[in-house]
Design a protein around this ligand. Sequence first.
Ligand code: SRM
Ligand code: SF4
Length: 580
Amino acid sequence: MEKPLTKNEFLKAEKPDLSGNIRATLADPSLDRFSGDDEQFIKFHGIYQQDDRDKRKTGKEYSVMVRTRQTGGIVPAGQYLVYDELSSLFANGTLRITSRQTFQFHGVLQKGIGPLIKSINEALSSTIATCGDVNRNVTAPSNPPVDAIGVAVDEDAFALTRALLPRTTAYHSIWVDGVQLDLGLDEKIAKARASIDQANPYLPPPAESDESGAPVDPLYGKTYLPRKFKTGFAIPPNNDTDIFTNDMGFVAVIENGKLLGYNLLVGGGLGTSHGNKLTYPRLADVIGFLTRDQVIAVGSAVVAIHRDWGDRTDRKHARIKYVLQEKGVEWFRAELGKRLGAPLPLAKPFLFKGQGDAFGWFKQADGLWFLGLFVETGRIKDAGDYKLKTALREIAQKFGPTFRLTATQNLILSDIKESDKEAIEKILHAQGCSIVFNPGLVKGRGMACPALPTCGLALAESERVFPALLAKIEAAQAAAGIAHEELVVRMTGCPNGCARPYNAEIGFVGKAPGKYNLMLGGNREGTRLARTWRESVLADELPVAIGELFKQYAKERKAGQAFGDWANEATIWPAPSTPA
Ligand code: SRM
Ligand code: SF4
């Protein structure tokens, strides 16, 4: 018997413009949240309904999280200044850099959603399709931010972003045309628009019409994709966008200093559910080579394969990685070739040598400078004497650098004149942010997801406990005589894998309050999956267990061997080991 489609499939088919009842809910001041079905529709608009989980004992306090779109993490200074103001006006005062180079506003109350999203659009960005069953934010290398190849890759990433935007008419009619603004931000917004000096790159092309004249999306149709879809670009040898974890990846092929095209990767994805063997993390397969002018055709064809072959009967099994795993790479190559009219030629050789961000000052190809800054767990905030938010506002106002959000939740300020470097440093030091220049190779490589109190799916803490845990891991390194050695440690509050723990050297995956699965054996290049070493370890015992491993590693390692590589091979594994 055929399995029935999921409820989400019926919702999409019923309202393919994705409008739901959002308009009516917004118009009713007595409502503090969206109803059941709209919780699904709002995701396509970049909104997640949440409640403060610290306060649940006294009743649910609803708010939403709003996620922006920033291809390649690029945020012009003017746009950043608008976001800075909006985060204080409508959110919890912080801006959260995500693991896919976007910003999230947390704690937005119902009446603030309209003005917030309208202002984001006025500042020439968008929240369209940053969630939902569509292509999400497209990542691209942020480090180094400016050279001829980097610029070309950014152009391709933007072109593909536009081609894969859903053409829903509801987004603009609800949030742009449907909201009146009276915030006194006009001058700031005008400056943001002037600094961007182009039309909104996130405005989708118009929808097409079906036989009855109704608008229809030529790629997504009426029911969009079976599930989310993620796309990234990378420039070897730096795998800073963790390209193998994407549904679709484009790896730059460079010959004689020129961007020849890309190797296509398909079928990465990390989300799993504890105890559900149908779900697992997977790294992408290498499919073939394409030239730059094929990016949109190939990208659209891969998305269409997900649309047509993804599992619409089980949302936990609906990502394209399962199509690749179950039908095989050869099947996929043939299917893609059929849609393109010819198979892609073989992929060219490529090698990643590492990932992660560089901190401090670097010269760009055009003679200007960029500054790599560490942002602890991606949270731009003012807290006590540490006033990163204030410092960045002042820097944006005075020097107008381009902000680039990295896929490790850090920040690059680029296009800075040599003569401004000293003043920028002074501002950061004066606001108590000296750590941002040199976090070291453990903090600087680390990543944690938001988890509690905002994430409705969190089983355990992550962002709030990660800095203290990393400090203990650094202390354990010192005790084992391996202080300051590079180490990729990532933590999530549940098995969905938002901070990508599954290909880290050490991954902590929330299992229950205060308990984590401890994953080991990923590598610094992001090209190997970690495996579960111990299940349900108490939070306090994590640094102790790791400390013992560090001692063994220090004794046994080969010259230059990284911890993750040692752990992958060492005789530390219980047999048989199981994936999380
Ligand atoms: Fe994620 C769901 C946060 C990157 C896999 N993710 C969520 C939600 C929206 C929870 C929810 O559905 O209610 C989280 C919101 C928490 C909050 O309070 O902010 C959330 N995900 C994040 C961010 C903010 C984590 C971060 O530390 O930065 C990242 C936002 C990226 C962005 O800007 O678009 C984020 N999420 C990822 C990644 C990593 C990546 O894409 O590089 C993954 C693993 C890769 C993958 O997709 O397989 C990831 N998030 C998930 C999943 C599991 C999907 C699956 O296939 O099973 C969920 C749950 C779901 O979709 O049902 C999820
Ligand atoms: Fe929430 Fe889990 Fe993602 Fe963390 S990994 S943000 S707990 S869904």
